[in-house]
Ligand binder design. Structure first.
Ligand code: DGT
Ligand code: CA
Ligand code: CA
Ligand code: ZN
Length: 615
């Protein structure tokens, strides 16, 4: 966990503790807002907190909050947090891990039902006493029961209080693709079926997979439901009804080098299916794509215009207190077509926001939709390994693969001498390798093969080959591999020194983080962006789903600072090329336009740019 994540989690918990204690909701939501603000900061919080003014400039952080943040950075804790914690039974916090149970409901269970932990909650369900609590019907109790079963299976809440693990996008996506295809086949031709939720927004980790389908007849709906609940790979059906179901499916597939990483994720992922009427497809996709924050802001926008936005369409607001039930259920018609998202955006006079940008980070005020990068824009792979170091392909195989993807350029960038475990090349072997690359290049037609290296950035920022050797390479990707627990100030100096080297083109996986595994470096990103821009170095978006480094919020910062980006798959074996889609999603989340990504440039422009550092 990075310092930012740790602080955000702490503030988020403070907000939940306040809700549990019934402290006024204004203070609680101020803490929740501050937590979100810190999560989306690309600068390490310790650096930010060293300048109170910079901290106060962050939207969502006022003077009192700033003091708490500074206290956290100095002492590693917040006194008020400890005081809140003392007033709440330890076991209640466990209950917060149960999906669908919020602090306000838990407060009622505690105050009125004397529930103080999971065992107490299970008991009150078993003896039926929970039903005497306000707003607790048989249906909501059944939901809670299912959620408890689910979370126990996931290894959360069972006592260690650990939240269930979110799954890498690269593991969730192939499962979703398979299920979408399966449901398509179960329905009649032309059936609308798609994944929504965090997966459609391209988030780096996925809590559960949300699938929508729009059957046109009850018979078609029945076939879809059966196919979903009986599909191969199912390990449990949690809920099943006429129009929705939740199941758990096992993990599957070929995960390449990091295949064993999926062990420990509870062995599966939850998948929700929701069936919706075809004429409200757009409204349903919009609602279930989220994010929750985006939805709330869109609904607020509708409300200000005297309208109600639901998952069925856009309606005149006739029931502000929500007493009459959803408008569509009362025969009221949507004021605009609701079968596409575009129609709804238009009716609300909001520029269309691509799913990857729906996080309530300003997209609702856009004058026009940005032209975001797309997969077919990518024309070159500039970070790839061969059997000379730790890759699985020869130079020629690699080049043929790249050519098959329609690329005009492939860069061979094997590891440098200090990466001994990855078969890094000593200088004499590198020189020989360059010769081999030139020979392969003469043989394989129709693609340019560049002789490069992925050069280690040593702990002090020196590169792993002397300058006269770097000068012989067409392209240099410099990346940190070791010493990834350095403090932010040392890490900043290290990466800046690498960027200043006159031979480097790309800063590879700049932080070295690995999702769910290690936080990596937390350099001062603003300084990194400025230096990269000044020295004409592209910052990499490494597309492997375990890295996705730079991450979305960093990319956003780099775009705002005017940097160039490189979207590279760090290819070791054929399947790695397929990770490009995750890099593109992440890039789009960061607002990357094609012109700013060097992999989209035509061959002439790209090679001219590379050569500028070789004269
Ligand atoms: P995840 O599953 O944790 O990776 O994240 P999501 O975004 O897929 O969240 P999920 O599966 O709980 O819900 C799917 C979408 O449904 C979510 O993005 C927005 C919508 N949604 C769910 N709950 C709420 C809610 O309480 N309020 C609003 N406005 N929208 C919600
Ligand atoms: Ca989801
Ligand atoms: Ca869901
Ligand atoms: Zn590499």
């Amino acid at each position: 966990m990075s310092a930012n994540e740790a602080l955000a989690a702490r503030l988020h918990e403070m907000s939940q503790l306040m809700d549990l204690l019934g402290i006024d909701s204004f203070r609680s939501s101020a803490h929740a807002r501050a937590a979100r603000a810190i999560e989306s900061q690309s600068t390490d919080i310790a650096l930010l907190a060293s300048d109170r003014k910079a901290l106060l400039a962050v939207e969502g952080i006022g003077p009192k909050m700033a003091d708490k943040i500074i206290e956290f950075c100095k002492d590693g804790k917040i006194k008020e947090h400890a005081e809140l914690l003392e007033q709440v039974p330890q076991g209640l916090l466990q209950l917060l891990d149960i999906p669908g149970l919020g602090p306000k409901t838990i407060r009622i269970m505690w105050q009125d039902g004397k529930v103080t932990d999971l065992a107490g909650l299970e008991k009150s369900i078993a003896d039926g006493s929970i039903l005497s609590l306000p707003r607790m019907g048989a249906k909501s109790v059944e939901k809670i029961k299912q959620s408890i079963a689910f979370i126990k299976q996931q290894g959360g809440a069972g006592g260690d209080g650990a939240a269930p693990k979110r799954l890498w996008i690269g593991v969730a996506q192939p499962i979703a693709d398979r299920v979408v295809a399966l449901l398509q086949k179960a329905g009649d031709p032309g059936l609308k079926v798609a994944f929504a939720g965090s997966l459609r927004r391209g988030k780096e980790t996925i809590g559960d997979i949300d699938i929508l389908a729009a059957p046109r007849t009850p018979d078609e709906a029945g076939r879809i439901m059966t196919a979903f609940c009986k599909m191969p790979g199912i390990i449990g059906v949690l809920v099943s009804g006429d129009v929705k179901a939740s199941v758990r499916v096992g993990l599957e597939g070929e995960f390449g080098r990091w295949g064993n990483e999926t062990v420990g994720s509870g062995g599966g992922i939850q998948m929700d299916l929701k069936m919706v009427p075809p004429d409200s497809w757009g409204a349903a996709m919009m609602y279930f794509t989220g994010s929750k924050e985006h939805n709330i802001a869109m609904r607020e926008r509708a409300r200000k215009r005297g309208l109600t936005l639901t998952d069925y369409g856009l309606f005149p607001e006739d029931d502000p207190d929500k007493k009459l039930g959803p408008p569509h259920s009362r025969g009221i018609k949507s004021i605009c077509p609701a079968d596409t998202e575009e129609a709804l955006f238009k009716a609300l006079e909001v520029a269309y926001a691509h799913p990857e940008t729906r996080e309530d980070l300003g997209e609702i005020g856009w004058k026009q939709t940005p032209h975001l990068i797309e997969l077919p824009d990518i024309k070159a792979e500039l970070h790839a390994h061969t059997t000379a170091s730790d890759g699985r392909m020869s130079i020629e195989e690699l080049a043929e693969n790249a050519k098959a993807r329609g690329f005009h350029t492939i860069a061979v960038t094997d590891h440098s001498q200090s990466s001994a475990v990855a078969g890094g090349l000593k200088v004499d072997r590198l020189l020989e390798h360059i010769e081999n690359i030139r020979k392969a290049s003469a043989k394989v037609k129709g693609i340019t093969i560049l002789a490069g290296s992925e050069v280690d950035i040593l702990a002090d920022g020196q590169l792993d080959y002397p300058d006269d050797i770097l000068a012989k390479l067409d392209i240099v990707v410099a990346s940190p591999h070791a010493g990834l627990s350095q403090d932010p100030i040392t890490a900043t100096a290290r990466l800046l020194r690498a960027i200043e080297n006159p031979y480097i083109h790309i800063l590879g996986h700049p932080t070295g983080r690995q999702i769910n595994k290690r936080p990596g470096l937390s350099p001062d990103m603003a300084k990194l962006y400025a230096a990269a821009k000044l020295h004409n170095v592209a910052l990499e978006i490494n597309t492997h789903w375990i890295r996705l480094d730079l991450r979305d919020i960093h990319i956003r910062g780099a775009m705002e600072a005017g940097c160039l980006l490189a979207i590279d798959s760090d290819v070791h074996e054929t399947v790695d090329f397929d990770n490009l889609r995750y890099g593109i999603l992440t890039a789009r989340r960061g607002g990357v336009t094609p012109d700013r990504c060097i992999n989209t440039w035509d061959s002439r422009k790209l090679h001219a740019w590379l050569n500028r550092k070789r004269k």
